[in-house]
Design a protein around this ligand. Structure first.
Ligand code: FES
Length: 132
């Protein structure tokens, strides 16, 4: 009979730990929805030139537009994190010479990964670039 209260306490403790860990697991496995993401920049779609780029130096990103639509790229070099420079048809890194095309793909190293693509939402003529 003395084991019954201890067993109940152990059961309640185990149940509490399971619920708490389950809640944490769901919290971290659930993908970020656009509603939960922070707006990094907001710009009128008409202000982004076709086949051009609108550069936001402080946010280290560029909003691009081509015939396929609007997209945004991080200007953080995937080699060691310098800010890449936007040229007419590419992005170049002043630190070690990496070169990326307009889609952010590496054309010349030492960087071996593409520039980060950011989540973009277009609504009512406005473009919002969202961060984590
Ligand atoms: S930080 Fe860009 S090439 Fe090294």
């Amino acid at each position: 009979m003395e084991n019954v209260p201890q067993s109940r306490r152990k059961f309640i403790t185990t149940l509490t730990l399971l619920l708490a860990s389950g809640g944490l697991l769901v919290r971290y496995l659930k993908p970020l929805t656009p509603a939960r993401r922070r707006v990094l920049v907001s710009v009128a779609a008409a202000d982004v030139p076709l086949n051009g780029a609108l550069v936001f130096q402080n946010e280290r990103l560029a909003v691009m537009k081509d015939n396929n639509g609007v997209y945004a790229l991080s200007l953080v070099c995937t080699h060691l994190g310098c800010t890449v420079t936007v040229t007419e048809n590419s992005f170049s890194c002043p630190c070690h010479g990496s070169l990326f095309n307009r889609q952010g793909k590496v054309e010349r190293g030492p960087a071996n990964g593409p520039l980060g693509r950011l989540h973009v939402v277009t609504e009512n003529g406005m473009i919002q670039v969202l961060g984590a």
